[in-house]
Design a protein around this ligand. Structure first.
Ligand code: GAL
Length: 472
């Protein structure tokens, strides 16, 4: 110690070289440069650290938010004891003696429970007035567009256009009179066409108009108003730079059972209707399309009297199906398919076949999109038993991936109102893939191969802060 103390001043005064420690010699510029280097590195490190701190904070916020969305929210409602007069249609549906089930009450337009499932205009989600910061979704409430009109995009699906950084929501415009074409027929609305809405945040929707209109006069046209156009979905084809729409085309009695194809240069149309066909010669009713990461797209449709689904790759231009087709979920009687992918596994949610009446959803999974597909059970979590057994009184239509939040999706469903189809509501809920599936599967010797798919009930919820930025 004593030696070192003495040595330092001596060295500084006597020679331009600095003796810092016994045995180590360096020049003054070297020291200055080292000091500079050290400060620069310190600055770089702390900036980096600050950035990753910010990222971590955002990630933690997302996780906390997602955890919040995964909280099980109970729902209760009181069965009314005193009932007003029932509508003759409800009486006929149920008969005089049978006690009403909650589903009967739900379907009965004169039921006191109706306002619970179809809250009135006063509670509508209104982007012109609501808190633009929070952007809360309320499943089942009327949802207004930026002009204050209820969104008309039923049985729909979304397309995210990367170039425009915009979401497009396509669906059935059902803003017409609900009627029965004949006594035993399902409630219907004449074809008006396919509506399109655009949004940057999945909450504020601008009406882009009817991008594929029905036909008013030509009775032989597939889109003649007295036919059926349901479940339109749009894909973007990178090779042709075109937007291709696939939809269910039918006649008033649902005997045509075909798919229709339309094409457009722009996501907001106009779409040119090309043709309809029975894919592979088979009936096709409820359907969807799915574009995989490699650009290959697929048509999935309910067939053989809705007893099974078929899946077929589309041609490279997405304008037709290829000859390849596989039967999946054979004998399971599923419809309303909504397909998505996570970490290399394909998932699908389907409904049972009960027309406009709600029923239990099922989740399915597959390692290869062409199958085999396995059924994993009911994805619905929360609410109450009848909520879970009726997909929260709705029917699947599409699942939207949130790319910045791996494993998080938005489940889109329709709460059909068969007595007034134009007033059918949207049930959008958070969907997560994770955890252990709850039904043992056939092909895996009892080991759960797939993750659980969960759709969480919430009366009110919103997407995590900054989810849009996390996308890019
Ligand atoms: C449902 C189908 C709807 C519509 C309805 C008509 O089964 O999912 O898209 O076709 O039947 O009753």
């Amino acid at each position: 110690m004593v030696g070192t103390r003495r040595l330092l001043p001596m060295a500084l005064n006597s020679h331009p070289s600095v003796r810092v420690l016994p045995g180590s010699r360096c020049t003054l510029p070297l020291v200055v440069w080292s000091l500079f280097g050290f400060i620069a590195m310190f600055y770089f490190y702390s900036t980096l650290h600050r950035h990753s701190d910010l990222e971590n904070q955002i990630r933690l916020n997302h996780l906390a938010m997602m955890r919040e969305l995964e909280e099980v929210e109970e729902e209760s409602f009181h069965f009314p004891t005193l009932r007003g007069k029932r509508s003759p249609r409800a009486f006929k549906r149920r008969g005089p003696r049978k006690p009403p089930s909650v589903i009967d009450e739900f379907l009965d337009e004169s039921s006191d429970l109706r306002s619970f499932f179809f809250p009135d205009h006063k509670t509508a989600i209104d982007p012109r007035q609501d808190d633009d910061v929070n952007k809360y979704l309320y499943p089942g409430r009327i949802w207004l567009d930026t002009e204050g009109n209820p969104i008309q995009a039923h049985g729909g699906g979304l397309l995210f256009d990367e170039r425009r950084e915009t979401f497009y929501w396509y669906g059935e415009n059902k803003d017409g009179l609900t009627y029965h074409a004949h006594q035993k027929g399902a409630a219907r609305v004449d074809i008006i066409g396919v509506s399109c809405y655009s949004s940057k945040d999945l909450w504020t929707w601008t009406n882009e108009g009817v991008v594929l209109p029905g036909d008013e006069t030509n009775i032989t046209h597939d889109l003649h108003k007295l036919n059926v156009l349901e479940r339109p979905k749009v894909l973007y084809n990178d090779k042709t730079d075109k937007f291709v729409m696939w939809m269910h085309i039918d006649d008033v009695n649902y005997t045509k059972a075909s798919v229709g194809v339309a094409v457009s240069e722009s996501p907001t149309g106009p779409f040119e209707y090309l043709y309809s066909k029975r894919p592979h010669g088979f009936e096709s009713r409820d359907m969807t399309v799915f574009k995989d990461d490699d650009g290959k797209a697929y048509l999935i449709y309910s067939s053989e009297d809705n007893s099974e689904l078929h899946i077929s790759p589309l041609t490279d231009d997405y304008l037709d199906v290829t000859n390849e087709m596989r039967r999946i979920l054979v004998g399971q009687h599923r419809e309303a398919p909504a397909l998505f992918k996570y970490q290399g596994t394909y998932y699908m949610i389907t409904s049972g076949c009960t027309g406009w009446a709600p029923n239990r959803a099922l989740a399915h999974a597959a390692e290869s999109i062409m199958g085999p597909w396995e059924t994993m059970g009911n994805p619905c979590v929360g609410g109450n038993k009848i909520f879970r057994m009726t997909t929260f009184f709705s029917q699947s239509t599409y699942v939207v991936p949130l790319p910045g939040l791996p494993g998080s999706f938005v489940f889109m469903a329709d709460r059909w109102n068969p007595s007034e189809l134009r007033d059918s509501r949207y049930v959008w809920l958070p969907l997560r893939v994770g955890g252990v599936a709850d039904e043992p599967l056939e092909y895996n010797f009892g080991f759960p191969l797939w993750s659980r798919v969960s759709v969480y009930w919430h009366r009110r919820w919103r997407l995590p802060d900054g989810w849009m930025n996390a996308q890019t």
